[in-house]
Design a protein around this ligand. Sequence first.
Ligand code: SIN
Length: 484
Amino acid sequence: MEMIKNRSLLSALCEPANSAHTANLAANLAVTNPATGEELGCISTDSEADIYAAIERSAVAQKSWQKTSAKERATILHRWYQLLMDNQADLARIITLEQGKPLAEAEGEVAYGASFIEWFAEEAKRTYGDTIPGHTRDRRLMTIKQPVGVATAITPWNFPIAMITRKAAPALAAGCSFVGKPANQTPLSAYAVVELAYQAGVPKELLQLVIHNSPEVVGQIFCKNEIVRKLSFTGSTRVGRILTAQCAETVKRVSMELGGNAPFIVFDDADIDTAVAGAIASKFRNAGQTCICANRFYIHDAVYDQFIDKFCAAVVQLKVGNGLEPGVTIGPLINHAAKNKVLRLIEAAVAEGARIVTGGNHRDGLFVEPTVLTDVSQTMGIVREEIFGPVAPVIRFSTDEELITMANDTIYGLAAYFYSRDIGRIWTVAEALEYGMVGINEGSISTDVAPFGGIKQSGFGREGAKEGIDEYLEVKYLCFGGIR
Ligand code: SIN
């Protein structure tokens, strides 16, 4: 951690090991570098009582924050945005150290995370209500939008900064307070970004992070607590189901950004070079550890060999290693469970007849070689499950109808991608794909200005864009009577 210049970003780290603070090891959470296994430091965890107290402080802070003007909130958020950009290099290093993604990608994540703060600073000023043409002569009707109240969030390790800002920025912009639980694997980036919020002028009680050795404990407190009015979660469909059920008890507002199983489709009329570039960008971002990564490839018979040759030629150029080393494009996976899952899926696919055309060699530590599998069938685990690793299973298809059936044959509905230059086919396929986001001749679709989210068991609610702030607002209808 000595390479981090702005030491205030590391204020969450425990004091040196011989201090009284670290004497209670059970109350500490060790953070490790997935590229080396080295311990980066530790942070002290919160007790259950601390988490309840944070929620109560949050409720008090929210009451005064909702009275601030949209312009005041926007000004503070703009300062927070600028501080992220000013500290981009340090924040990126922290991400790479605890999460593993290559430094250039981590810098991209800081800018991506900051972009949500900038966007919602602007949207704070545009939470318009409506005036409604009345149904009687003596009444006037309108709606206003008001903050939901205390908002909570549980965020994942794959984007330790961007997933915090994508939720906290609209919450604060709307006039809510925010209590977040970052992933236990990557808390340092989250605490660093929140420290910058305080430096920008966000009151400490308004934006808080809590962490506990058992994420389930925090989830239960957030879901069951009556003061909390909103939970936003990004993570697996399995956990999303549990949290949604737990939130039902207090009938909370819920946003769920859950797992994906993105099809990546190349039609016979596609520009193959563009498709290959999109496939690399979509499949191998963050070593395949994003919810919207291409998970399975469908390539039309007529361009199959051409695509496979060009795709494999690009895949072998990817460089696996420690994300701090120059030129590395594929970092480690987050932990051994993640690596074992990916290796198990490859082994099972090969046992069922799939062929490894590139990659597949053993790597030490948490690294997995970028791998392309052909002769894959629709029923294999590697096609049914979310891989979350740098592996591309490829299936051939010959008709559009067969393709649409296979592409939609999943419980998930987050992102899909396809490549074609026929405008009629583009519309038909875009409308037929049962996904919340569709990349058409484009493999990189994430941006603050567009609504991110899924359908089916990939969840509900949208993040970013004009829709993102509505997740933190209630619509109140006002009926003015007795008008003469
Ligand atoms: C995710 O994987 O959950 C988020 C990916 C993105 O925002 O692009």
